[in-house]
Design a protein around this ligand. Structure first.
Ligand SMILES: Nc1ncnc2c1ncn2[C@@H]1O[C@H](COP(=O)(O)OP(=O)(O)OP(=O)(O)O)[C@@H](O)[C@H]1O
Ligand SMILES: [Mg+2]
Length: 303
């Protein structure tokens, strides 16, 4: 992981800071695994890591598929901490986050929730889609997130927060059902606005993710995504079809042998229900990838 940061040209002071953090809080076994995907974007990496090194909590705000969860997992891996993930929703309450009493072997025992687990074990707690939860429910986090760094759990005990524990929240302004965070909560985070991926970062990601994908098609898929993004900016297409997750899934299906056009329709075109918009997207796709293109043309291995 630290090799990756070096390759990415991350500020040596940041890498050194992470190294010191890891010496201070020796990484626990399961935290040493490599993340499934790497996050590409030097500036975001540096800003996020600096915030955590300074002991701050981090709120990653941005559109869908801008890599918020990927970055959170990368940070945990770089800092050598286990991840406790919690997906928040409208009915989330204090017990969802902190834990609750359960029956085990005929006895009532406290089963810690993700927030308590991270707090006690020095994990990185990912509060996913934090703005899906009600502000009243999130109020229990105030003392966890500010200088008090402790939490009183009714019927359990006072839990102090481990020096290595950090809280990383994600939020998406666009999705239906989301709301704005109130000031009391947003004041307890450093907020990072997640940028759209840069063209060259996307190319590097495609190349790393699909090592046998021919450079010509790394270029074409990157350009395809940027074309769609431009058309969204100019209002010709909606954000529904701007889906990096969908593009990556489509390329993965192509690697498995699915015809590229079919894969791109499933991953991108069909994200809009509007048939007129679908036809616009299909035109952009066919200007980049011919209908005759098959797996062997795309990939330089045998499959
Ligand atoms: N800068 C980036 N570097 C690497 N991968 C990225 C980047 N931006 C997006 N991705 C890719 O986009 C996909 C979605 O990433 P992720 O799930 O982290 O997005 P998200 O921001 O959490 O989206 P959502 O708001 O929909 O939950 C992943 O496959 C990820 O690899
Ligand atoms: Mg996410």
């Amino acid at each position: 992981m630290l090799d990756f940061l070096q390759e990415e040209g991350i500020d040596p002071r940041v890498i050194q800071g992470i190294g010191e953090f890891r010496r201070r809080y020796a990484p626990s076994g399961d935290a040493l695994s490599r993340p499934r995907y790497y996050y590409y974007g030097k500036k975001v990496w540096e800003q996020a890591a600096q915030a955590l090194l300074a002991g701050e909590n981090l709120l990653l705000a941005g559109a869908k598929a801008t890599g918020k969860n990927v970055l959170a997992e990368n940070l945990a891996a770089a800092f050598g901490r286990p991840v406790c993930n919690i997906s928040l929703h409208i009915n989330a309450d204090a017990t969802t986050m902190l834990g609750t009493d359960t029956f085990r072997d005929g006895e009532v025992t406290f089963r810690p929730g993700p927030v308590t687990e991270a707090a006690e074990g020095g994990g990185f707690c990912v509060l996913d889609e934090i703005n899906m939860a009600r502000n009243e429910a999130l109020a229990v986090l105030h003392s966890v997130l500010d200088f008090r760094r402790s939490i009183r759990i009714p019927g359990y005990r006072q839990v102090g927060i481990h020096g290595a524990a950090r809280f990383i929240a994600t939020m998406n302004y666009g999705y239906a059902g989301t709301r704005e965070l109130n000031e009391a909560l947003s004041s307890r985070f450093m907020i990072l606005t997640m940028p759209e991926i840069a063209g060259e970062d996307l190319s590097r990601m495609l190349q790393k993710e699909f090592p046998s994908l021919r450079p010509e098609y790394v270029r074409q898929f990157t350009a395809l995504f940027l074309d769609i993004r431009d058309k969204c900016r100019s209002g010709e297409l909606t954000e529904k079809v701007l889906d990096l997750r969908g593009l990556l899934g489509a390329v993965r299906m192509m690697a498995g042998g699915l015809a590229p056009i079919d894969a791109l329709n499933m991953g991108i075109t069909n994200k809009t229900p509007d048939t007129y918009e679908q036809s616009l997207v299909q035109d952009i796709i066919s200007s980049r990838i011919s209908g005759k293109t098959d797996r062997d043309k795309l990939f330089g291995d045998r499959g």
